[in-house]
Design a protein. Structure first.
Length: 154
């Protein structure tokens, strides 16, 4: 019986404590927490977007376009990464044209060794009836025609 009275009294005290809770204040605090979490998520997402991650791009044309833009603004390391990703993505897609686009980007960067590697990659893909074979030969001829490769946008 005494235990029952204690439980009843504790229940009343809890009820009085609940009555004293400032419901609008709690809602404001909860809203601030939700807004803070949203702002933090946006900040984290913004940082992920700001870091150049070229490997997540879809296809080699997107990567080449990204590299061209980086080259135009003078960001040579970003251009090199994007051209490299484009070259290997194009090889994976068996696109001679894509490999040559990347090779021409490396030629604009003045990286003769990578251009040679790209030409070997393109030749390894085999004969192509499209514009790829003519571009391989034209790029090879331009590469061997001069020792001083231009540095700058194509």
């Amino acid at each position: 019986m005494i235990a029952g009275l204690e439980t009843l009294r504790n229940g009343r005290q809890a009820s009085k404590a609940m009555e004293r809770v400032d419901v609008p204040g709690v809602l404001v605090v909860m809203l601030l927490v939700v807004v803070g979490i949203g702002a933090l998520a946006e900040l984290v997402a913004g940082r992920a977007v700001a870091q150049p991650e070229t490997t997540r791009a879809g296809t080699w044309p997107v990567l080449v376009r990204t590299a061209d833009e980086a080259l135009a603004r003078g960001d040579l390391p970003a251009a090199r990464r994007a051209y490299r990703s484009a070259m290997f993505r194009a090889r994976g897609e068996r696109s001679i044209v894509g490999i040559l686009e990347a090779a021409e980007g490396f030629r604009a960067l003045g990286d003769r060794e990578v251009v040679e590697q790209a030409l070997r990659m393109a030749a390894a893909l085999g004969p192509d009836d499209g514009p790829g074979v003519a571009r391989v030969q034209a790029l090879r001829d331009r590469l061997h025609a001069t020792d001083a490769l231009p540095i700058g946008p194509r």
